[in-house]
Design a protein around this ligand. Sequence first.
Ligand code: ATR
Length: 273
Amino acid sequence: MSDRYAVVGNPVAHSLSPLIHGLFAAATAQDIEYTKIECPLDGFEETVARFRAEGGRGLNVTVPFKLQALQMATRAHAAAREAGAANALRFSEGEIEAENFDGLALVRDLTRNLGTPLAGARVLLLGAGGAVRGALRPLLAERPASLVIVNRDIGKARQVVGELGHEPRARCCGYGELGAERFDVVVDGTSASLRGELPPIPATVFAPGATAYEMVYGKGLTPFLLLARQAGAVRLADGVGMLVEQAAEAFTWWRGVRPATAPVIERLAVPLT
Ligand code: ATR
């Protein structure tokens, strides 16, 4: 029988994870079955327990269960603890291990796939929710010159920066305080583009030659990416590369075999026009 994996979320119908893991499994000759589980909002623990009891080996976890996934782990790895959320679980005798590959995946996509150096860069992160929380430490580990978090609710941004402890390169502000400051890398980690909205950033935030990264994927040229293009950003990307890179990390963690990501990203990419 094939080893069983799944993505669990609500909603989960449009998840690309089964397709991505199916392509990885075919390319690496791994015998796995990967399905989607739409989990009732009040039934995460039971759903995970049932999947595990039936022989399931691992899960990807998506909205809104990432926090609960961390809470039910018997062993949480550093990235999951630091992000305060887990996006992957691995089951073995007596253990539920929790990991979070989202931040690492963002850094991989920026640096390796898009050729955007982060070392020495001025980085602006929009938002202070789960997506940004997971990205912070992996971004800082690349040693940017500065990392600014901007959010409408400044209290949330302060808390996220405060949790970093002593970190002189990181600070936060409200949108009105951005002024004329320019950034080499601007990452939209808000949920604004899910509703076709534009976070209230001035076009001047994009330094000449900037990279604009939209963590949401599959929405084409979002208002954020359109603003970036008009402002002269030279590299535009959505989160499809991040999605595929986090899947590859989970696959490697579960199977001990690293799949190639480039052909899968190419297959799933939606033109940004
Ligand atoms: P997630 O866990 O996916 O990051 P979240 O915790 O709901 O989701 O966070 C959503 C983020 O998008 C928040 O930072 C939110 O800003 P506020 O905390 O100020 O509400 C941000 N956001 C959503 N819509 C936005 C918009 N139109 N403009 C700017 N920020 C927006």
